[in-house]
Design a protein around this ligand. Structure first.
Ligand code: PMP
Length: 420
């Protein structure tokens, strides 16, 4: 008996199983590449641990004070005293979690309050909160566009937008990044009577470039049966007079049917949402699988989000500081001779483009050793096979910190040979 068990166990040991039976074999190239990088003494760009977080712009990494220039904490709300206090109170009053779906036992007073805060922030009649922004895109796209419908999306769309398409049954049509002409052409080839969902982003997160929304909306409106969804994940908080996003700044509010967003960036916590004025919006709560079949956000999270969203409504000074920081960093990096993702600063994201993986990793590590954390991004997450260091600014970066950041870039760039 015991022999039989041992034999069966042995037969399932991957090391002794022919490669063809190992579902992990498709990852071998990645495993080998990663092991080679780590063996060369490089820190793991995707394995950073923040041992202590001192503020929205400063953390301790491996015992060293490190300036954070690779977070989505654009408005620096993570340590806002009112936001933190609201979270603590909700934890005391309502407990650690809801243990259930929004459709069953998982809707608390706090979930209604954060949806009210969103309706006030966006000036819409409907708001629906998901557990993450990723799920908001999964849910909205897969539920709105079904069999026989079309989703038309920018080729550089975020993974959650692509995954929303894969979860649904609609036909997927991609157009060239930010190309109004290509969008128009591809819409023109689709059956006139078919229902279509056009998905755009306000700010594209890899290069930090902004979409030409008025021209895109005008192109879409030439074709029948199109609804428009804009993902404003990276625009909320600081674009437009009310901080609603690029679509507000560019004056196309009346033309957009759905706005998707996240609490994990300017809001400073976690969660996702969609807002809309569509009169039938509420039905989505019954039919949207990534909303129905998952637990709702914990009470502490929705309380921090509601407080943060209401504070962002009057955050004009923070907005101005964020833009000032973005302009100073963009100008400074250009002057040093770095190649950047955009000609001018378009958002709070500034991408430094490097030639290959070796240069990108070398530069990333040199910055870290000098006390600066940025995001390293590589294909397939990046457009056109580029390797880049993505810098994202925070309203709470001081002028002195921005100066330090430029000094660190200059030293690392010269040490690695990216600039002279
Ligand atoms: N949309 C875009 C454009 C994003 O960049 C992201 C996350 N980086 C998301 C959606 C998903 O947001 P979340 O972190 O809330 O899942």
């Amino acid at each position: 008996m015991s022999d039989a068990i041992e034999t069966a166990a042995d037969a399932h040991t991957p090391a002794e199983t022919p490669g063809a039976r190992d579902l992990f074999s498709k990852f071998d190239a990645l495993i080998n590449e990663r092991e080679a990088i780590l063996a060369a003494g490089v820190r793991d760009p995707f394995g950073i641990v923040m041992d202590e977080v001192k503020s929205p712009t400063l953390a301790v990494i491996k015992g060293k004070d490190t300036i954070l220039l690779g977070t989505y904490n654009y408005m620096g709300m993570t340590f806002d005293p009112d936001v933190v206090a609201a979270g603590k109170k909700a934890l005391d009053d309502f407990g650690a979690g809801t243990t259930g779906s929004r459709c069953l036992n998982g809707t608390y007073q706090g979930h209604m309050e954060v949806e009210d805060a969103l309706k006030d922030f966006y000036g819409t009649s409907g708001a629906m909160v998901f557990s993450t922004g990723y799920q908001a895109n999964l849910g909205m796209i897969s539920t709105l566009a079904g069999k026989g419908d079309y989703v038309i999306l920018d080729a550089d769309s975020h993974a959650s937008i692509y995954d929303g398409c894969f979860l649904g049954d609609a036909e997927i049509v991609r157009f060239r990044h930010n190309s109004v002409e290509d969008l128009d052409k591809r819409l023109g080839r689709l059956p006139k009577d078919a229902q279509k969902l056009v998905v755009l982003e306000g700010v594209y997160s890899m290069l930090g470039d902004v979409a030409p929304l008025p021209a895109m909306v005008a192109a879409v409106r030439k074709h029948p049966n199109c609804m428009i969804l804009v993902d404003e994940a990276h625009g909320m908080g600081f674009f437009g007079p009310n901080g609603r996003g690029v679509y507000e700044e560019q004056g196309v509010e009346g033309d957009v049917d759905f706005i998707v967003g996240t609490f994990s960036k300017s809001v400073g916590t976690v969660g996702g949402f969609c807002v809309s004025n569509h009169p039938k919006f509420e039905v989505l709560r019954l039919v949207c699988r990534p909303y129905v079949f998952t637990a709702s956000l914990p009470p502490s999270v929705v309380a921090t989000a509601a407080t943060s969203i209401r504070k962002l409504m009057g955050a004009g000074e923070k907005r101005a500081r964020l833009w000032r920081n973005s302009k100073t960093l963009h100008g400074g990096l250009r002057e040093l001779g770095f190649t950047l993702g955009t000609e001018t600063p378009q958002s709070a994201i500034i991408a430094v483009i490097l030639t290959d993986q070796t240069q990108a990793i070398g530069m990333w590590q040199a910055l870290l050793e000098l006390g600066l954390y940025v995001n390293m991004a590589r294909p397939p997450a990046t457009p056109a096979g580029t390797f880049l260091l993505r810098c994202s600014l925070c309203a709470e970066h001081s002028e002195e910190q921005v100066g330090q950041i430029l000094g660190i870039f200059a030293a690392a760039g010269r040490a690695v040979g990216v600039i002279v």
